[in-house]
Design a protein around this ligand. Structure first.
Ligand SMILES: *Cc1c(COP(=O)(O)O)cnc(C)c1O
Ligand code: SF4
Length: 356
């Protein structure tokens, strides 16, 4: 039923762009004109991919775009954190489907992204062939059909918009035919890293499956380009409400000034800030972690200074599968020397270690 491949087909413009992505050490060092220590070793462990569009946004070594996509030896050297920080596997009734809440599921429909973010919390999975297959997709769809309590399906990955339009449509059509599925959501970084993928034919397909929401992912004001603005406005014009999930990243966007500019820019391109995430404690990403207080300070600095439209929820996904919790001063029950005790949505207490 569902063909699965993101590769090598068609000659549409976005596919040509995707075909020109950077994936090898030689290509990257050639394009950047510099040597990166242990690059080949890092890529063997955690795949690299950079779309031509995203690469073109790098202006100098270690700028905010560079840090998000160019492998760093710290990925190998700092082994703090967990391979599966959110215990997604523990809450997976099937491979590729996570059910942490009664009414909604996270459903992985692609294992490819247009650019692999070095801070990704699914670093263990993305870019590895065969984590998502047509069998896992079919079984996921059957599960959703058989579970009437699931009213909200969040398609994720990898990036669902890297599927071919007809493949994605097959999934959407199947979901839309299930009476208890009220809302379909797509989580995608395409508007940021491969905005050319948002084509008129994609958009006219998507708008047949309302109510459909898209949450995109921008982390820095420099990512808001004319191409991204165009992609977002095409989606918004098709009646798709756009949200944005941003990850707070050390050395990339961990300041009030940068987050404020980003949030204002997002509202301008019609993507409503939704979550500002504390970076998950995934192994190989410790160099991106910020102290929890940084996020709290940024949110309180935004309050009163920008419109409420520009203020996302500061949110932490509790390690070990506690689920998402909005961090406000009230959710912090106790402060210990090296940890905060945080109450989750079920009233249970979790310990969140502070690395600062
Ligand atoms: C983030 C997430 C969701 C969706 O959460 P919302 O707060 O509704 O956006 C659903 N399931 C899982 C497993 C998640 O991680
Ligand atoms: S686009 Fe999302 S899933 Fe893909 S690498 Fe980036 S953070 Fe991970």
């Amino acid at each position: 039923m569902l063909g699965y491949t993101n590769e090598k087909q068609g000659s549409a413009f976005w596919q040509d762009l995707l075909a020109n992505r950077i994936e090898t050490a030689e290509e990257l060092e050639g394009r950047l004109g510099l040597k990166i220590p242990r690059l080949r070793e890092i890529i063997r462990k955690y795949p690299m991919r950079i779309s031509p569009h995203y690469l073109s946004l790098i202006k100098e070594k270690n700028d905010p775009i560079y840090k998000q996509c160019v492998p760093d030896p710290a990925e190998l050297e700092n082994d703090r954190g967990l391979v599966d920080p959110l215990a997604e596997e523990r809450f997976s009734p099937l491979p590729g489907l996570t059910r942490r809440y009664p009414d909604r599921v996270l459903f992985l429909v692609s294992d490819q992204c247009a650019t692999y973010c070095r801070f990704c919390n699914r670093k263990r999975k993305v870019g590895r062939r065969g984590t998502v297959t047509k069998e896992t997709i079919q079984e996921g769809l059957r599960y959703i059909k058989a579970h009437k309590e699931v009213r909200d399906v969040l398609l994720s990955g990898g990036d669902p918009l890297l599927l071919e339009t007809p493949q994605l449509e097959t999934i959407l059509r199947y979901l839309r035919d299930i009476p208890h599925v009220q809302i379909i959501r797509i989580g995608t970084r395409v508007p940021c890293v491969l905005p050319q993928r948002v084509t008129p034919s994609l958009v006219s397909m998507l708008k047949k499956y309302h109510p459909l929401y898209i949450n995109t992912h921008f982390n820095h004001p420099k990512e808001i380009t004319p191409e991204s603005a165009k992609a977002c406005s095409m989606l918004a014009d098709a009646g798709i409400p756009l949200g944005c999930q941003t990850v707070l990243l050390r050395g990339v966007n961990d300041s009030v000034k940068t987050i404020k500019q980003l949030m204002e820019g997002l509202v301008r391109i019609r993507a409503r800030p939704y979550y500002l995430f504390q970076a998950d404690q995934a192994r190989g990403t410790a160099h991106f972690w910020t102290p929890l207080d940084t996020g709290l300070e940024i949110i309180s600095a935004l309050q009163g200074n920008v419109s409420g439209l520009c203020i996302p929820h500061f949110c932490v996904d509790l390690p070990g599968g506690g689920g998402k919790v909005l961090l406000t001063p009230e959710s912090i029950q106790e402060r210990q020397k090296d940890a905060l005790i945080i109450k989750n949505f079920e009233g249970e207490l979790y310990e969140y270690p502070i690395y600062s």
